[in-house]
Design a protein around this ligand. Structure first.
Ligand code: SAM
Length: 332
C-alpha cells in the first residue's frame, strides 16, 4: 500500500486510528499550545488585530483546524476581552470527538465552516495530513514508496502525472536514494479550509522547509509516549512529516512566511528575564514572571519551537500591523 492511505487509516481510521484515542495528542507529544498559555495569549492578540482590520464584525470567527482537545480555543477564551467574547464564534475543526468540559461556546465540528470572517489558525495540523512518499530508483526515476502494516518498505510504480508535476516544481530529486514527500494533498487541504474564509487571516504553523532546503531523505517519523519511534502505520504511533510550507500557500492570496520566533516576538512574547529588583519588591510576582519568561524562551527557541514556520495568508483584509513590520519576513 502507498503511504498516504496507510497514514490515513493509521491516524484517522474509525477503529483504532491514533488520533481517535482518548488521551489526545497531548498524551504523546508537546506542541506550542501545551508548552505555555503565552501561546494562546499571542493568538488572542493576533485575533484582536484581525478584528480591528475587519472593522469589528458582528460575528468574529476563530477557527482552530486540527484542534486536538480544544486547548488553544480554551486558552484564548480565558483571556479574551468580554466585549469581544460576546461577538466571538470559536470553532474547533477536529476529527476526534468533542472532549468533556470544553467551554459551551466552542462549536465542535469535523468540517471547516463556510463563509465566516475572522482568524483561521492551524498549529501542527498540516504535518499530519497524509501524503505519499517517493524515492529515486537506480535509474534516476521517482517511484512511490509502498509500506506494509509492519512498516517494511519497498519501491512501487513510477509517479502519476500530478505527483510528478508537483515533485518537479516543488521538490526536484535526482540522485538514487533521495526521497520526496509529495505535498500536493497538503496544498489541497489548506486551500479547502482557507476557501471557507469570507474575509480574514489564515495562519499555518508547523515544522517547515522551503525549496532551497528540502531534506534529502525526507522527514517521515513516528512519535509515541513522548519518544520518536519508527513510523509503523498500525495506529500505535503518530506519523508525521515536516511541511513544504512554500508549496502549501494558496497561490491567489497575499502571503508571508516567517519563523515562530519572529511572529511571537512581534506579538509580544518575550523570553527576557524580569528585573532582579522585582524579586525583593514582590517575590511572588517575580516567580510568576520568571516562569512566563522560561515558557516564552521555549516557544521562541530557534533550535526548537521557535524554528517552526508561520505561513500567513490574507483573505480580503490588510496584513495585521504586528506582522506587517516583521524583521526576517519573506513574501512568497
Ligand atoms: C498534532 S495534533 C495538533 C493539535 C493542536 N492543534 C495542537 O497544536 O496541540 C493534529 C490534530 O489534527 C487533527 N486532524 C488531522 N486531520 C484533520 C482533519 N482533516 N480535520 C480535522 N482535524 C484533523 C488530528 O486529529 C489531531 O488532533
Amino acid at each position: 500500500m502507498r503511504w498516504r492511505p496507510a497514514m490515513e487509516q493509521a491516524l484517522y481510521g474509525e477503529h483504532g486510528g491514533f488520533y481517535r484515542r482518548s488521551e489526545g495528542p497531548a498524551g504523546h507529544f508537546r506542541t506550542s499550545v501545551h508548552a505555555s498559555p503565552e501561546y494562546a495569549g499571542a493568538v488572542a492578540r493576533l485575533l484582536l488585530e484581525v478584528d480591528e482590520a475587519l472593522g469589528r464584525p458582528a460575528e468574529l470567527a476563530l477557527v482552530d483546524i486540527g484542534a486536538g482537545r480544544g486547548e488553544l480555543l480554551t486558552g484564548v477564551l480565558a483571556v479574551a476581552d468580554p466585549a469581544l467574547s460576546a461577538r466571538l464564534r470559536p470553532y474547533a475543526v477536529e476529527i476526534a470527538d468533542r472532549p468533556a468540559g470544553l467551554p459551551a461556546a466552542v462549536e465542535w465540528t469535523d468540517r471547516m465552516p463556510q463563509g465566516v470572517s475572522g482568524l483561521l489558525f492551524a498549529n501542527e495540523w498540516l504535518d499530519n495530513v497524509p501524503l505519499d512518499l517517493a524515492e529515486v530508483d537506480e535509474d534516476g526515476v521517482l517511484r512511490y514508496v509502498e509500506v506494509a502494516p509492519d512498516g517494511e518498505e519497498r519501491l512501487g510504480p513510477v509517479l502519476e502525472e500530478a505527483d510528478a508535476r508537483w515533485a518537479a516544481r516543488w521538490w526536484p530529486a535526482e540522485e538514487p536514494g533521495e526521497r520526496v514527500e509529495l505535498g500536493g494533498p497538503r496544498a489541497d487541504a489548506w486551500a479547502a479550509v482557507v476557501g471557507g474564509l469570507e474575509r480574514g487571516l489564515a495562519v499555518a504553523v508547523d515544522y517547515a522547509h522551503a525549496l532551497a532546503g528540502r531534506p534529502l531523505f525526507g522527514t517521515l517519523t513516528g512519535f509515541r509516549d513522548g519518544r520518536e519511534v519508527r513510523p509503523v502505520p498500525d495506529g500505535s504511533c503518530d506519523i508525521t512529516a515536516h511541511v513544504a510550507l512554500d508549496a502549501v500557500a494558496a497561490p491567489a492570496l497575499h502571503s508571508l512566511w516567517t519563523t515562530q520566533r519572529e511572529a511571537l516576538r512581534a506579538l509580544g512574547v518575550s523570553g527576557s528575564r524580569p528585573p532582579l529588583a522585582l524579586a525583593s519588591d514582590s517575590p511572588a510576582e517575580y516567580l510568576r514572571a520568571l516562569s512566563g519568561a522560561g515558557q516564552a524562551a521555549e516557544l521562541t527557541d530557534p533550535a526548537g519551537l521557535g524554528g517552526f514556520g508561520w505561513l500567513v495568508q490574507t483573505v480580503r483584509m490588510p496584513e495585521p500591523p504586528s506582522l506587517a513590520g516583521l524583521a526576517g519576513r519573506r513574501t512568497l
